[in-house]
Design a protein around this ligand. Structure first.
Ligand code: ATP
Ligand code: MG
Ligand code: FE
Length: 346
């Protein structure tokens, strides 16, 4: 079977095509993505109205591109999946409306699905079926979550999340402080590789013995970086950008990996997936690999293109739902900007 996936929750218009074989295995057939990230750069963050308009302009061209890339026709599709939430209301609406139109025109079942479950499901395209249970560390511009995944199509429980900024958001804010471009992840990662991660001891939020829940906090870290930079500037001294970036990055990677490994151990989980845009981070990857190896945990990180928002992840989740014989979403379902992580299918 062929599953079409449509994603428009934030600033990427993604259209993916995934093949589901009779034995349940999946195959990536197309992954067309248009991003409006450059239009948001001068604002230092995603502007919802700008993102919605960009989705409107890119949706049909990305659908055409995906089918052309795969050498398939619209009528070849057996099922359609679309991100129903969480995300930006206007942005989500573009994808949901498009998916409903295609589903009606082609008379195919439509699944309104959870974006976060899509970030987990995408790994099946790269590394095959997910063992049950698995732990997912989801780190992006809008999310920082630890998820216990019993079954990506039917059972995901949140173990913890950020109580303030998302990890990617912290990168974007610290980049701004250091006068590096938006989005801040790639330039900080590059600067950090030239700097000394032990130069400055930045705080590790919520890592004390009393912080039993698997939550994260990054706003204290961001404030500590801001204070440190301000003090330097007030003293008329140059800011050692590479060292600040390396020390900040070390704090983020340390907290994320330490808490993820602890959550895996608390729940007896032996497989960890890291996904979301921040999963591309070089230090996070290194530290996760060494700490997972030491703890006897198998680490799975999809390639960077699949970690950031895309339509293939939604198609991959749709394929799992189709394989499980899940009922399609009710025809009147809408976009839900605050869709809870446990609601995989609306
Ligand atoms: P959502 O949160 O809804 O998934 P998003 O668009 O914010 O949406 P992604 O596209 O998955 O999320 O990721 C973008 C984020 O990833 C940005 O905050 C960016 O700074 C960060 N990022 C990208 N590359 C790196 C990197 N090498 N190191 C750290 N952060 C990175
Ligand atoms: Mg994005
Ligand atoms: Fe995302």
């Amino acid at each position: 079977s062929i599953v079409l996936g449509i994603e428009s929750s934030c600033d990427e218009t993604g259209v993916g095509l995934v093949g589901l074989h009779a034995d349940g295995s999946v195959e990536l057939l197309a992954d067309a993505v248009a991003s409006s990230v450059e239009q948001h750069a001068r604002f230092g963050g995603v502007v919802p109205e700008v993102a919605s308009r960009a989705h409107l302009e890119s949706m049909v061209p990305m659908v055409r591109k995906a089918f052309a890339d795969a050498g398939l026709r619209l009528s070849d599709v057996d099922a359609i999946a679309v991100t129903a939430g969480p995300g930006l209301a206007g942005a989500l609406l573009v994808g949901v409306s498009a998916a409903k139109a295609y589903a009606a025109a082609l008379d195919r079942p439509l699944y309104g699905v959870n974006h976060l479950a899509g970030h987990v499901a995408v790994d099946t395209l790269e590394h095959g079926p997910l063992p049950s249970p698995s732990l997912a560390l989801l780190v992006s511009g809008g999310h920082t979550q630890l998820l216990l995944v019993e079954d990506v199509a039917s059972s995901i429980t949140e173990l913890g999340s950020t109580i303030d900024d998302a990890a990617g958001e912290a990168y974007d804010k610290v980049a701004r402080l250091l006068e590096l471009p938006y989005p801040g992840g790639p330039p900080i990662d590059a600067a950090a590789r030239r700097g000394d991660p032990r130069a400055i001891a930045f705080p590790r939020g919520l890592t004390g013995p009393k912080d039993a829940r698997h939550d994260f906090s990054f706003s204290g870290l961001k404030t500590a970086v801001a204070r440190w930079v301000e003090q330097r500037q007030a003293a008329g001294e140059p800011v050692p950008v590479d060292d600040v970036a390396a020390s900040f990055q070390e704090a983020v990677a340390d907290v994320l990996t330490a808490k993820a490994v602890r959550a895996a151990q608390d729940h007896g989980v032996r497989t960890m997936v890291i996904s979301g845009g921040v999963a591309a981070n070089s230090r996070l990857g290194e530290l996760a690999a060494s700490r997972c190896a030491a703890a006897g945990i198998e680490l799975r990180v999809p390639r960077p293109r699949l970690c950031t928002d895309n339509g293939a992840m939604i198609a991959a989740l749709g394929a799992r739902l189709l394989a499980a014989g899940a009922p399609p979403s009710p025809p009147d379902f809408g976009a839900d900007p605050a869709l809870p992580v446990g609601t995989i299918l609306v």
